[in-house]
Design a binder for this molecule. Structure first.
Ligand SMILES: [Zn+2]
Length: 215
């Protein structure tokens, strides 16, 4: 069971279908690991459906309000959907469908020693996604963002100033939050990286690193 989840408003936007497709891909991939968030999203979707069906244009009577609450209760009690089917590959189902390949078939660009980004990337303009691969103990240089970033761990783990992240966990960074990740010592760490803007690296290597980022 993952310990770090997408922010509740991200789950709500996902359930409402209003999340950017790139961020929705990360949330859908997290759901493949996380029964707790699957249950929450199922509940939100059920509530949304009930409200759309039953919300009248006039003030709600006590009787209708009671009926609505009963249906919300039933919706909340219904079991969450089964996890996305997996063929046993490394990627969660939604991501595997988006990429159409497993990691060994992808090409990678070295950012700094031990840290690679996939040449596979999707999204443009307001959001983009690619894969981040870190060798054991590799460090991603300190950087900050002009907008937010999310990382989903798919193999291994990493730590930063805010916590330790394992398979299925989502790390979320708000605009301008400086942070740096260090991969766990016991194996390679593979993440799905989603960002709202291109990265801005701080420090002396910044210019060089930015030359390597092409989404
Ligand atoms: Zn979760």
């Amino acid at each position: 069971m993952p310990a770090h989840h997408p922010a509740p408003e991200r789950l709500l936007d996902y359930a409402a279908g209003s999340l950017h497709e790139v961020q929705a891909l990360l949330v859908a991939s997290h759901l493949a690991y996380c029964p707790a968030c699957r249950a929450q999203v199922a509940e939100m979707e059920a509530c949304g459906g009930v409200l759309l069906e039953d919300l009248p244009p006039e003030p709600v009577s006590d009787a209708l309000f009671g009926a609505l609450m009963t249906r919300l209760g039933e919706a909340a009690a219904s079991p969450p959907p089964a996890p996305a089917p997996s063929s046993g590959g490394l990627f969660p189902g939604p991501l595997r469908r988006a990429i159409g390949a497993e990691p060994e078939a992808l090409d990678w660009v070295r950012v700094v020693p031990g840290v690679h980004l996939s040449t596979w990337a999707i999204g443009a303009g307001t959001a983009s996604a690619c894969l981040l691969r870190m060798a054991p103990r590799a460090r991603v240089p300190a950087h900050r963002h002009t907008d937010s970033e999310m990382l989903l761990v798919m193999t291994g783990g990493f730590s930063d100033e805010f916590g330790a992240y394992r398979v299925g966990d989502v790390a979320s960074y708000d605009t301008g939050t400086p942070h740096h990740a260090v991969a766990d010592a016991d194996g390679e760490c593979l993440c799905l990286l989603v960002q709202d803007r291109p990265l801005v690296f701080t420090g002396p290597l910044g210019w060089l690193l930015n030359r390597g980022f092409r989404f």
